[in-house]
Design a protein around this ligand. Structure first.
Ligand code: NIG
Ligand code: FE
Length: 404
């Protein structure tokens, strides 16, 4: 197959990123983009001229999956903390005792760029093997200028060297580094006056994120970060309402955030603020599962206010050492009671919206980049229903069949 020639994929059972098609579809790809699509019953002999045809025989075609929230670049691991939590220690207790995020900061600072790249690569490849074609990667384990930029450089390099689109996010305001003990405001000044300008000037970050929580930063501190991000033309996101309700989601929405993520403790006023601002609610069932959380995000309210729900792995060494977006489809349904179609929208159309990329990826629609997956089933619900199957048979990036 000559991958650079125009391709016509025929007889696809299509989930286009928002809905399933009622009948088998033909999808035309030219120069890496979706040119057009139409039902097989309307396909004329003329439509095929100039295309090489590939008959997928009823296989399910979905957009390439989008993991819109990960922390894939980090040093070391936290299996010891996992064991401590099994013995009864809480995530907050471990964090307050200098473990948790700060222990990964020590390991990440000690690692050079090549080491971070080599350890992140198999994590990213695991996501790609699940059909991921776009992934967001955050910094947040450097917590000083040099190490935050180091993490972002590694993330950019992953995107250059592997067939996947990488979007990067500066998460300088993730935790308070030991050098700034008792001076959170001073650290936020460093984030605003040094990290954000440098990341923006070097083109290393597409967005800026914060951790708004009692064990991290206050709403006011997060608002300072948002203002600096916007002044440098960067999008904003937030880890909000994960462990308590501080009003961080509403503050992020007021500042124009693309998404707020976790949101187990979000209340109705917060949901309303998201709806008004057009901010996406990103659900992270992996962290909920690993922390054995019991407070479920307000799914019914999000539906009622028509807030788009994205779904991501939150892949990280502490709260979600999970490198499977497909598993998240199942967990979103079993743990949060999403429907399989809502879950699928979360890793396609709504995942793209959480990254501000909805005009580029996340749907199979004319003009968008031709990123899609073919699966060994014809039923989209099976992607959420079963763990380990159905098999991904093709992962296509910008029209080219890519390595899984
Ligand atoms: O998304 N909530 C804060 N940050 C990460 C956890 C990072 C860690 O524990 O290393 C999260 O869950
Ligand atoms: Fe996270």
């Amino acid at each position: 197959m000559n991958q650079s020639s125009p391709l016509l994929w025929v007889n696809a059972s299509l989930f286009d990123g928002l809905n399933g098609a009622a009948e088998p579809m033909a999808v035309a790809v030219k120069e890496g983009r979706i040119a057009w699509l139409k039902p097989m019953s309307e396909l004329k002999a003329d439509d095929k001229s100039g295309f090489e045809c590939i008959d997928v025989k009823g296989a399910l075609m979905t957009p390439g999956l989008i993991d819109c929230h990960t922390h894939l670049v980090f040093g070391g691991n936290r299996s010891g903390e996992f064991e401590a939590r099994l013995e009864g220690a809480s995530y907050e207790e471990i964090a307050r005792a200098g473990g948790g995020i700060i222990s990964t900061v020590r390991a990440t600072r000690a690692a050079c760029e090549d080491e971070l790249f080599e350890s992140a690569k198999p994590r990213l490849q695991a996501l790609m093997a699940d059909g991921v074609t776009t992934v967001e990667i955050k910094s947040g384990y450097g917590l000083d200028l040099e190490n935050e930029l180091k993490m972002l450089r590694v993330a950019r390099r992953l995107g250059r060297e592997l067939p996947v689109r990488v979007v990067t996010t500066l998460l300088g305001a993730h935790a308070l580094p030991p050098e700034y003990k008792n001076d959170a405001d001073g650290y936020i000044s460093l984030v605003c006056s040094k990290m954000i300008p440098a990341a923006a000037a070097e083109g290393l970050a597409d967005a800026v994120d914060v951790f708004c929580e009692n064990i991290a930063f206050s709403v006011e501190q997060c608002e300072r970060v948002y203002a600096a991000a916007k002044a440098h033309g960067l999008a904003i996101k937030g880890h909000t309402e994960q462990l308590s309700n501080l009003g961080g989601s509403a503050a992020a929405a007021r500042a124009g955030a693309l998404s707020v993520d976790h949101i187990e403790y979000l209340d109705e006023a917060g949901v309303k603020a998201l709806a008004e601002a057009g901010t996406v609610a990103t659900l992270l069932p992996g962290a909920f599962f690993i922390l054995r959380e019991t407070k479920v995000p307000p799914i019914e309210l999000l539906r009622r206010y028509q807030v788009p729900m994205a779904l991501a792995t939150d892949a990280n060494p502490g709260t979600s050492p999970i490198f499977s977006l497909k598993l998240m489809l199942n967990m979103a349904c079993t743990l949060f009671r999403l429907t399989p179609i809502e879950a699928l929208r979360g890793v396609t159309a709504h995942g793209a919206q959480a990254l501000g990329l909805q005009a580029e990826v996340g749907r199979i629609a004319p003009g968008l980049q031709a990123d899609f997956c073919l699966w060994d089933t014809n039923n989209p619900a099976e992607l959420a229903y079963s763990v380990g199957l159905p098999r991904l048979t093709h992962r296509v990036v910008a029209g080219m069949v890519a390595d899984k």
